[in-house]
Write a protein that binds this ligand. Sequence first.
Ligand SMILES: NC(=O)C1=CN([C@@H]2O[C@H](COP(=O)(O)OP(=O)(O)OC[C@H]3O[C@@H](n4cnc5c(N)ncnc54)[C@H](O)[C@@H]3O)[C@@H](O)[C@H]2O)C=CC1
Ligand SMILES: O=C(O)C1=N[C@H](C(=O)O)C[C@H](O)C1
Length: 269
Amino acid sequence: MTHHPGIVITGASGRMGQMLTRLVSDSDKVRLAGAVERAGHAWIGQDLGEAMGSAPLGVKVTDDPLEAFASAQAVLDFTAPEATLEFAELAAQARAVHVIGTTGMTEDQIARLAPAARHAVIIRAGNMSLGVNLLMQLTKKVARALDAEFDIEVVESHHRMKVDAPSGTALMLGEAAAEGRGVALGEVADRGRDGITGARTGGDIGFSAIRGGDVVGEHDVMFLGPGERIILRHVATDRAIFARGALKAALWGQDKAPGQYDMVDVLGL
Ligand SMILES: NC(=O)C1=CN([C@@H]2O[C@H](COP(=O)(O)OP(=O)(O)OC[C@H]3O[C@@H](n4cnc5c(N)ncnc54)[C@H](O)[C@@H]3O)[C@@H](O)[C@H]2O)C=CC1
Ligand SMILES: O=C(O)C1=N[C@H](C(=O)O)C[C@H](O)C1
């Protein structure tokens, strides 16, 4: 019997779910303890490995998160906002570390995570990669150094199946830029331009979203000034970067006090 932390993967059939499954089942630091999908999904009751078209993994996909979380030390959750809220409550009951990669949560939904975080560790980030979390620090620094003569625009591209916009990463980068400037993002964000918009409002932070093909995730933070432009860019070419960050977070969280954390905490940036 191994004492490695048991990991449950929610949304196991998804793009991130399958990436996480491969990483967790190949890891010698953790063990795959469960896999959850939504009720009615074709994979329910099947062995996760076989459902993925590979060797059996000895874990059946279930639609009962409570049962799956009971034997887990961490839940890796890349699903959808309402599902993530349900999982937060159940992970807290099981005292399992809840790593949340799900994006598109409203302010109200984020606030509803607070009760769970009183009992368990929640680590949430719109992007789990080292590169993007470093880019946030750079964005903050550049925004602090430049005055409002430089317009800030965040431009992101993702695959055609992505359901939320702007991306969680774009919003993280926007928050970093706003913090660097000493303003509240909610007061300066410009999230949709169409028609006769009028000239750009000075001090706004603009967001643009491109959707198409199989783009994993690309983000530019543009500082557009008189006579010059600075562009900070992150390009993800492999979802493994997000999965590696999530697994790192699950291990980091094992000895932490209940509360809400992010990848800046995990990576010590
Ligand atoms: N924070 C990060 O580093 C990253 C975050 N994401 C985010 O993760 C989320 C998922 O992304 P993808 O894997 O590309 O999407 P996907 O659509 O391929 O997978 C989502 C999975 O969640 C499942 N699901 C939905 N509701 C459920 C429920 N109630 N119970 C169990 N399973 C449920 C779906 O059936 C699906 O299999 C999105 O919000 C995306 O933006 C994606 C990549 C990296
Ligand atoms: O949906 C995705 O694919 C991604 N979502 C995250 C986001 O919303 O920023 C992270 C990454 O860009 C991939």
